[in-house]
Design a protein around this ligand. Sequence first.
Ligand code: 9WO
Length: 259
Amino acid sequence: MRFDVLTLFPELFDPFLRVGVTRRAYESRQVDVRLWQLRDFAEDNYRRVDDRPFGGGPGMVMLAAPLERALTSVKADRAQTHPGAPAIIHFSPTGRKLDQALVRELARGEGAVLLCGRYEGIDQRVLDRHVTMEISLGDFVLSGGELPALAMLDAVARLQEGVLNDAASHQQDSFSDGLLDCPHFSRPEVLTTAEGDLPVPPVLLSGHHAEIARWRREQSLAITLRRRPELIEAARRDGKLGKKDEAFLAALTGKPAGS
Ligand code: 9WO
């Protein structure tokens, strides 16, 4: 798959593409990320990409003309390797909230053009003409779309074949079954601190794989019920909760199972 990123700060991307479990996916071009400097599409000697907003007000707006030229170039270049109109994604709090279902959709796709805004935003005519999907990370404002683009790329890249150690890692993922992740522990078995000794939950040292799996499942159910009860409802609707899960939740909430 191929992602074309339009940004005023392409240098922000390189460090993230060179570390961690996703590095191979990028370096092998399994996830082919191409960075485009928007300023290269400015027309004047000052390489200007922003101007004051019509109607007045604070801040600057990203100029339509450089973006139009950039999008035309990127679309033509992309057509040489990927036929068909690409998704053009803009990162904005007004967009569809990124969740693991959307990440899975994007991970199955052919990639997209990622439009990273700066300043107060992009001339609306460009957005109206080109953008096919707006994606939000949540209800907060950033100074640019680069971090959301990197977050989305990372979430997509780690789902590619061969990125995680084994298929089981995906299964154990938080959200793979719509629940929050269970806690994790490693050495030492007992952590000594000024406030006392902190042992690992004994079941994890028992060697009983079925019991360990059950304990982890119950930890996930308990933390999800407490922090994100709406995810329990969704998992139930999606048929992702078994009899043992329901019995455990019933015991937690003090209600009879199935009520
Ligand atoms: C900012 C904004 C604020 C309130 C309501 C709607 C909004 N849209 C934008 C916007 O598109 N801003 C552009 C991209 C230009 C300024 C920096 N940008 C940005 C993206 N700020 N915050 C985001 C963002 C993107 C995804 N998830 C959370 C925040």
